[in-house]
Design a protein around this ligand. Structure first.
Ligand SMILES: Cc1ncc(COP(=O)(O)O)c(C=O)c1O
Ligand SMILES: N[C@@H](CCCC[NH3+])C(=O)O
Length: 425
């Protein structure tokens, strides 16, 4: 169910009217629903009940400390891609022992930090990374827990920029090279081989490619077991898509159903080949936890009729929400208080000096300057991908809990944006 709905003609987050948030905190502001966050996480947690499974929230989707704290309290682990993200987990009270570290370019400093903090596992993406991690762990007198991210060469059928499981992508170790890579890892004295991992892409609307990748991983685990490399966990990555509401979009796979199909396959395999011995299963969902839990609230500054197009200039821009311009992603934009006048077709654009600064195109809306708009389903890859281009201060973030509104990130102050800079002496 959506936690953003019209009540008496006004768009609400839970039971809070969005105009109240605009009055209190200004615009643009990211507004998240606590109930939606919990509901989305619990779709995973409930499907994993009674099993040896861990949901490691991919915090690149939204790394606000309050959201991390909320999910950590529900039992979430975290999938990180930088030392900075690990520091966020710790600042939010998350358990480093439930952290997995993905990414193709982990630095020595990041490896040291992660080893010091005692993370669950490094998802290693290349042979040179194995050697670097072995050296760093050796110098610290530690053994690094390692899972190899295998690239199964499966077409995730998503946007090319967010497809990660093909040979042409930079991610992971090629499926055909994986056995040799595991042999190398097993020989290195300061590594402990514990698992296998893949992540084939994001915004997947069909679970067939994920199940195909799972079958390939299962085969590889058996091949490894036959040469004496026994793995303790299987990480199938994230990637389940969400409904952005575009006309003609397929509905995304339901989380509970996908996990059910996946566990059924895993259980049948373990019963058949491993005497029923279970294997720990890890998931790395991002978008499906936070995406529909957030909206970007913005105000109309000017309406600019044109010969070819009519522009609606708003106070949010591509720096606040990059998805439309980066992926030509379609994001729904709704009036907070709909008007009855005749609609006009607008391109909704921001004030940035780029023609690519658009948030939505060809939308029929009845508007006057000062109206509030909400970009829906904006909780994932919104604020985390925001930049300060044009010295624009990034938005405030609030979490709504019923009729309570909590400011969880203040709006930036433009002056702070150049605080780290200095003039030539
Ligand atoms: C390694 C890894 N894990 C998990 C995710 C989360 O993906 P999603 O937000 O599509 O669930 C990503 C992003 O695609 C990723 O790169
Ligand atoms: N940033 C992307 C998803 C990237 C997934 C990260 N591997 C999006 O907004 O759709």
């Amino acid at each position: 169910m959506s936690h953003f709905s019209y009540q008496d003609g006004v768009l609400h987050a839970e039971s809070t009217p969005l105009p109240q948030i605009a009055d209190a905190f200004g615009t643009p502001t990211y507004v998240y629903s606590k109930a939606a966050l919990l509901e989305n996480f619990n779709a995973y947690a409930n499907a994993c009940k009674g099993r040896d499974a861990l949901v490691c929230y991919a915090m690149k989707a939204n790394s606000n400390l309050a959201i991390l704290d909320l999910l950590a309290r529900e039992g979430a682990g975290f999938d990180i891609v930088s030392g900075g993200e690990l520091l966020r987990v710790i600042a939010a009270g998350g358990d480093p022992g439930k952290v997995i570290f993905s990414g193709v370019g982990k630095t020595v400093g990041e490896m040291k930090l992660a080893l010091e903090k005692g993370i669950l596992c490094f998802n290693v993406e290349s042979i040179p990374e194995l050697h670097r991690l072995n050296e760093v762990a050796g110098a610290m007198g530690k053994r690094a827990p390692v899972s190899l991210r295998v690239n199964p060469n499966v077409d995730a059928k998503t946007h090319p920029y967010i497809s990660t499981g093909l040979k042409s992508n930079k991610f992971g170790i090629a499926f055909d090279d994986a056995l040799e890579a595991y042999r190398t890892a097993a020989r290195l004295p300061h590594l402990a081989v514990v698992g296998i991992d893949c992540h084939i892409g994001s915004q997947l609307l069909d679970d067939a490619p994920l199940l195909e990748a799972l079958d390939k991983l299962i085969d590889l685990i058996d091949t490894l077991a036959a040469v004496g490399i026994v793995l303790h966990h299987l990480d199938i990555g994230g990637g389940i898509g969400i409904n952005y509401g575009a006309a003609g979009d397929d509905p995304p796979v339901a989380v509970g159903e996908y996990l059910g199909r996946l566990f059924a396959r895993i259980d049948a395999w373990r019963a058949d080949k491993h005497g029923g011995q279970p294997i720990k299963v890890i998931f790395e969902p991002g978008r499906s936890i936070v995406g529909n839990a957030g909206v970007l609230l913005m105000s109309v500054e000017f309406l600019k009729p044109g010969e070819e197009k009519n522009f609606c200039v708003v106070d949010a821009a591509m720096n606040d929400m990059m998805r439309p311009t980066l992926y030509e992603a379609w994001m729904a934009v709704q009036p907070v208080v709909p008007r009855s006048g005749k609609p006009v077709t607008y391109d909704i654009v921001g004030p940035i000096c780029e023609s690519g600064d658009w948030l939505a195109r060809g939308r029929d809306l009845s508007l006057v300057p000062g109206d509030l708009l909400a970009m829906m389903t904006a909780g994932a890859y919104g604020m985390t991908m925001a930049s300060n281009y044009n010295t624009r201060a990034r938005p405030a973030e609030v979490i709504v809990d019923g009729d309570q509104v909590h400011l969880v990130r203040k709006r930036e102050n433009p002056v702070d944006l150049f605080e780290l800079e200095s003039l030539l002496k």
